[in-house]
Design a protein around this ligand. Sequence first.
Ligand code: FES
Length: 131
Amino acid sequence: MAATFVGIAGQASNPLERDPMETLTPANQVSHFKYHVFFCLNQRENGDDCCAQRGAEAAFNYMKSQVKKHGLAGEGQVRINRAGCLDRCQMGPVMVVYPQAVWYTFVDETDLDEIISSHLQHGNIVERLVV
Ligand code: FES
């Protein structure tokens, strides 16, 4: 028998019981963060090309600290998370920003600062860094 989880509102929250064609509306959409950012930090042990070899860990740490510094971190705001390989290795280092599913690459802290100020603070996609 499949487990059923009951959310705080007392409604069944087992994702398997949801209608996959259900239209998400502001009323039923679950969005804990305004922007959820996933950084690929994958390290390939065999030495093959990966985001970790291109400075992803330092970029992740910088972005996380800057988001905190600007008071953007937390519920209803911005969350920066680690991720494994996102399968766009040739474009790396990469991150993806949800809910828009915008993929970025970056080369330095200036690029990360621009993503923070333009996208995360003002909702404007940084087209020059989109991959
Ligand atoms: S190693 Fe980063 S996307 Fe695959």
